[in-house]
Ligand binder design. Structure first.
Ligand SMILES: Cc1cc2nc3c(=O)[nH]c(=O)nc-3n(C[C@H](O)[C@H](O)[C@H](O)COP(=O)(O)OP(=O)(O)OC[C@H]3O[C@@H](n4cnc5c(N)ncnc54)[C@H](O)[C@@H]3O)c2cc1C
Length: 466
C-alpha cells in the first residue's frame, strides 16, 4: 500500500478535513468537524455506503446519558462502564483510553440524539455479558442500517459532501509523517488526487482481507466473515508504511451463533436469558454466557464446526426485538419443537443425551448441581418446551486491532509521538478488547466509532483552524 511522495505536488482539489469512510465513525467525525466550521469531504469506497455500521445491531453503549436518566437508570456512571470494558479485556487494553472513551460516551450519545435526531432509546429488556448496567442505546429496529441512514441524512442536511465510488488507494505523506493528500483510484482506474490539511481514517479494519487475517488472526481467517467485504485494512497497511504504532492485531469480534447455511445471526438474548448451545452429540461444551465473541472459536472447535442454540418462548420474546433475529425467523433458520425427542431428531443426536443435558441445566438453574462450565444459571427461569433451535457456526464480525491513537484520536508513532495531522477511529483504530477474541465488550465497536469519530472531528477542525 504505497505512500506517495508529495514533493513538488500541487493538488487541483484541496479540502481542510478529509475523512475516509462513510460509516458511523466517518459520519460522526465529519459532523463534529463541520460544526467547528471546517471544510469537510468524505470519501467512500462503495457506490452507496453500506459498511459494518449498516450490518450491525446498531447498539451503542454509554453511561450517564439523558436517555438513561429519563428511563430511571440513575446508577450508571462512566466509571462503571470503564471498569466493564477493562474487566472484559482482563485489563489488557489501553486502560487510560477505556476510561476516556467511557467518560465521553454520554456526551456523544446526547449530542447525536439532540443535535442529529438519532432515534435511540435505552435497551432495558436484557443485558449483554460483561455489562454490569444496561449501557446499550439502540434505534427502534435494533439494526444498524437504520442508524446509518440517520447518519447519512444528517451529513446531507449539513451539506457535507460524500464522494462515493471513491476508494482511497494511496496517501501523500512527507518524511515528517505529515499527510498532504490522498489518491483515489476510481472503479474505471481513473486516478484523482485530493489535498487536505488533516486526514481522518474511518475506513474500518481488515476483516475482508484474507492475507491480513492469515498473518494476524489465522485461527479465524477461514471462518465465515459476517462483516463488510470493503474492510480491506488500508488503515493498517498505510500505518505500517508510515511507522505508526499498530497494536492488538490478534483481537477480533467473533460471534458464536450465525445460522448455517443461512448466514444470519441469532440475537444473543437467546443465550443471556437462559438458552444454551449443544454440539452434534447433544452435549454442552462451554459457558455460553461469557460473550458471543469468544463463543465463535468454541463453536468452530466442535465436530463439523457447528453447534445448536436452544432457547424457549420467554427468551424468544426478547431475542425477536433484534432485526437479525427477525430475519433468521423469516429465512426458516429457526425451528420450534414441542418435545426433546423431536428436537434431538432435528439435531441428529441421541434423545437421551440431549434430555440429560437439559436436565443438568435445569438442576443448575435450581441450584441443586454446580454447572460443569461454571455458568451462573441462577438468575433466569428454567427452559421449558416448546424449544427454539438454530444450527449455528462461529463467524468473524470485525477485527479489533489497529492504529494506536491518543485521547484526541491522533495516530501515534511507535515512539509514542503523534503524527501531525493524521487521526483514526472506529475499526481503523486499535479497539479496547486486548489481544484476542475474549476481550470484546458488546457494543465496543460502535462506541469506538462514534466517540473516536467525534474526538477526531473536533481535534482535526481545531488543528486546521489554529
Ligand atoms: C453483523 C454485525 C453486527 C454488529 N453489531 C454491533 C452492535 O450492535 N454494536 C456495536 O457497537 N458494534 C457492532 N458491530 C461492529 C460495528 O458494526 C463496527 O465496529 C462499526 O460499525 C465500525 O464503524 P466504522 O465507521 O469504523 O466502519 P464501517 O461502518 O465499516 O465504515 C467504514 C467505511 O469505510 C469504507 N472504506 C473502507 N476502505 C475504504 C477506502 N480505502 N476508501 C474509501 N472508503 C473506504 C467502507 O466502504 C465503509 O463504508 C457489528 C458488526 C457486525 C458485522
Amino acid at each position: 500500500m504505497p505512500i506517495l511522495n508529495p514533493e513538488g505536488k500541487s493538488f487541483a482539489t484541496e479540502v481542510e478535513v478529509l475523512v475516509i469512510g462513510a460509516g458511523a465513525c466517518g459520519c460522526t467525525a465529519a459532523l463534529a468537524a463541520n460544526e467547528r466550521s471546517a471544510e469537510v469531504l468524505i470519501l467512500e469506497r462503495d457506490a452507496k455506503p453500506r459498511g459494518n455500521t449498516s450490518l450491525s445491531g446498531g447498539q451503542i453503549p454509554a453511561a450517564g446519558t439523558k436517555l438513561q436518566r429519563a428511563a430511571g437508570l440513575l446508577d450508571d456512571t462512566p466509571e462503571i462502564l470503564a471498569q466493564d470494558l477493562i474487566d472484559k479485556a482482563h485489563g489488557q487494553c489501553d486502560v487510560e483510553l477505556a476510561r476516556h472513551i467511557a467518560s465521553q460516551s454520554a456526551r456523544t450519545v446526547d449530542w447525536l440524539v439532540e443535535r442529529y435526531q438519532m432515534p435511540l432509546s435505552c435497551i432495558l429488556d436484557f443485558v449483554y455479558p460483561g455489562h454490569s448496567r444496561p449501557h446499550m442505546h439502540a434505534s427502534p429496529s435494533r439494526f444498524g442500517a437504520e442508524l446509518l441512514a440517520v447518519f447519512l441524512a444528517a451529513v446531507e442536511r449539513e451539506g457535507i459532501p460524500i464522494a462515493t465510488s471513491a476508494p482511497v488507494t494511496d496517501l501523500f505523506a512527507d518524511d515528517s509523517g505529515r499527510i498532504h493528500g490522498v489518491r483515489i483510484t476510481r472503479p474505471d482506474q481513473r486516478v484523482e488526487d485530493i489535498g487536505c490539511r488533516a486526514l481522518i481514517l474511518a475506513c474500518n479494519g481488515y476483516g475482508g482481507n484474507k492475507a491480513l487475517l492469515e498473518r494476524y488472526i489465522p485461527e479465524i481467517a477461514h471462518a465465515h466473515y459476517h462483516g463488510h467485504v470493503g474492510n480491506q485494512g488500508e488503515a493498517v497497511l498505510w500505518g505500517e508504511a508510515l511507522g505508526a504504532s499498530i497494536k492488538d492485531m490478534g483481537a477480533f469480534q467473533g460471534h458464536g451463533a450465525v445460522t448455517t447455511p443461512h448466514n444470519i445471526h441469532i440475537s444473543w438474548p437467546s443465550i443471556t436469558e437462559g438458552g444454551i448451545q449443544v454440539n452434534q452429540h447433544g452435549r454442552r461444551f462451554s459457558n455460553e454466557n461469557q460473550g458471543y465473541s469468544e463463543q465463535a472459536l468454541r463453536v468452530l472447535r466442535q465436530p463439523g464446526g457447528v453447534a445448536w442454540t436452544i432457547w424457549d418462548e420467554r427468551c424468544q420474546a426478547i431475542a425477536i426485538t433484534l432485526h437479525s433475529h427477525v430475519e433468521a425467523m423469516k429465512a426458516g433458520a429457526i425451528k420450534r419443537y414441542a418435545s426433546v425427542e423431536d428436537m434431538a431428531k432435528s439435531i441428529g443426536c441421541d434423545a437421551k443425551a440431549l434430555a440429560g443435558t437439559l436436565r443438568d441445566v435445569a438442576d443448575a438453574v435450581r441450584g441443586t448441581r454446580a454447572d460443569a462450565f461454571d455458568r451462573d444459571f441462577a438468575s433466569k427461569p428454567p427452559l421449558v418446551p416448546p424449544y427454539y433451535v438454530a444450527r449455528v457456526t462461529g463467524a468473524l464480525f470485525h477485527t479489533q486491532g489497529g492504529l494506536e491513537v491518543d485521547k484526541c484520536a491522533r495516530v501515534l508513532r511507535t515512539d509514542g509521538t503523534a503524527f501531525p495531522n493524521l487521526f483514526a477511529g472506529g475499526g481503523a483504530a486499535r479497539g479496547l478488547s486486548g489481544p484476542a477474541d475474549w476481550g470484546y465488550l458488546s457494543g465496543s465497536g460502535l462506541m469506538m466509532a462514534t466517540n473516536l469519530g467525534r474526538l477526531a472531528g473536533e481535534a482535526a477542525a481545531a488543528m486546521v483552524r489554529s
